[in-house]
Design a protein around this ligand. Structure first.
Ligand SMILES: [Zn+2]
Length: 452
């Protein structure tokens, strides 16, 4: 019976959880908890989900070797992937992603194309406005508290930071102290092997919005992964997040992403004393010779330094209503930040027909060069030129990118040093401009499928 499911689930609407389409199923439940063994307040506090405690210490130098004595270096990844495969055997996925075709497109960048016909076949409207990066959490819409516990691989806890030793418990009752656990769950419509969701403090019902605490957990998960092929990503609202409940994504793909190989140009900055500490040693660069304009953060003496600068940057974008995507790369040692304007262009009718017909959602993975294509003809005809044109539509234009860059770096406590670079256009009223650039006259409903 399981096999039959695997064979027939190829063509279904894209959803990230098996509970997404029938939120009313909860109503049918009875007994202890809600009866569905969900991630809500009814069931999670009395659960005995597996637990992974992180061994990485965000206050230690990023390059320091793991100190968990007998643990193999791939302890986290092998635990995660082992649990993920177990859910696959149990038939919890909508299709078999390992059967999806993938190829590297010939050319300079080496874009990766995947044919994934299982993700898009039925469109459903997005459940929130795409012109607002920050929106309130709505408990009536689909959110991760409605997910069944069988979709969870484990709870993720920071540990005490002193023992520095990763641990995995097959079954761990939630201690009284853990009011709102963070969990790692499968994405039932995966785009790659090991595709999971990190949902920080699930019971707090946080909207899709970066804060320092949540980003640090994502960075620590990347560090714990300890592999350049295990990356985390984040899409803001308006940049192809489709669920307004705080989550990051992650998966394993053993090939460099084109953006990771792209040349960069260091932005000379001077650090202002903000009095808030943190962020020391983090260097920021711009992508060069890549179809999407973006910022690259690297260095810093500790993960907390990186976290501080990136979180401040993201919060700045959020507060200025600028949609963005984040790629956490190289075990948390490099972070790519892509402000984008696709939703705005689409609302203004400025997206080319060529891109619209492909129905590709340019979210964090596409921006990074892993193109998930939905139509066989696009996959077969995919060229570097095509991928470049597609991504260029999403990128901020040069003048606007320069404005946003300055805004973001200032927020992160950095002043751009004057290098007599006349490519820096005169700064207009930044905040006003940032608001103008998003059409905010009426709530927009767009047909968009789930790209998380
Ligand atoms: Zn429940």
């Amino acid at each position: 019976m399981r096999e039959e499911i695997l064979l027939t689930i190829k063509r279904v609407p894209t959803v990230v959880s098996n509970y997404q389409e029938d939120a009313s199923a909860a109503a049918a439940a009875a007994g202890g908890g809600c009866g569905r063994n969900c991630l809500g307040k009814c069931c999670l506090p009395v659960s005995k989900l597996p637990l992974y405690t992180l061994g990485s210490d965000p206050r230690r130098p990023v390059i320091s070797p793991p100190t968990g004595e007998e643990l193999p270096p791939d302890f986290f990844l092998s635990t995660l992937l082992g649990q993920w495969e177990d859910r696959m055997i149990r038939g919890l996925f909508r299709y078999d992603v390992t059967a999806c075709e993938t190829k590297v497109i010939p050319g300079v960048h080496g874009f990766i194309a995947q044919l994934n016909e299982g993700r898009h076949l039925k469109k459903r409207p997005t459940e929130f406005r795409v012109d607002r990066v920050l929106q309130h959490f709505d408990p009536d819409k689909f959110n991760f508290t409605k997910v069944g516990q069988e979709e969870v691989l484990f709870r993720l806890e920071g540990g005490d930071g002193d023992s520095n030793r990763a641990q995995f418990f097959e079954s761990a009752p939630i201690a009284g102290a853990t009011v709102s656990p963070s969990v790692v769950a499968i994405n039932v419509s995966p785009i790659e092997y090991g595709h999971v969701l990190l949902i920080p403090r699930v019971l707090e019902c946080l909207p899709q919005r970066i804060d320092e605490q949540s980003l640090l957990l994502a960075l620590r998960m990347a560090a714990e992964g300890g592999s350049p092929y295990f990356r985390l990503g984040y899409n803001s609202l308006g940049a192809f997040a489709t669920i307004n409940h705080l989550h990051f994504q992650a998966y394993y793909l053993s090939i460099p992403f084109p953006v990771e190989k792209a040349p960069t140009e260091r932005i000379p900055t001077a650090r202002r004393s903000l009095g808030c500490g943190g962020g020391g040693g983090v260097k920021v660069s711009m992508l060069r010779s890549y179809p999407v304009r973006g910022l690259v953060y690297e260095g810093g003496s500790t993960l907390e330094d990186m976290n501080h600068v990136v979180a401040k940057s993201c919060v700045c974008l959020q507060e200025n209503n600028i949609p963005f995507n984040v790629l956490i790369s190289d075990s948390g040692r490099r972070v790519f930040l892509f402000p984008q304007c696709y939703a705005e262009k689409q609302a203004l009718g400025e997206v080319s027909e060529e891109l619209l017909v492909t129905q590709v959602n340019p979210a964090v993975w596409e921006m990074s060069g892993h193109m998930v294509l939905k139509r066989k003809e696009d996959y077969e005809g995919a060229s570097e030129d095509y991928a470049g044109r597609l991504l260029a539509e999403v990128s901020l234009p040069e003048g606007r990118f320069q404005e946003v860059k300055k805004l973001v770096l200032e927020a992160a406590g950095m002043d751009i040093e004057d290098t007599n670079d006349d490519s820096l256009e005169p700064l207009l009223l930044l905040n006003n401009h940032a608001e103008d650039c998003l059409v905010a006259s009426s709530p927009m409903k767009m047909e968009m499928d789930v790209c998380d």
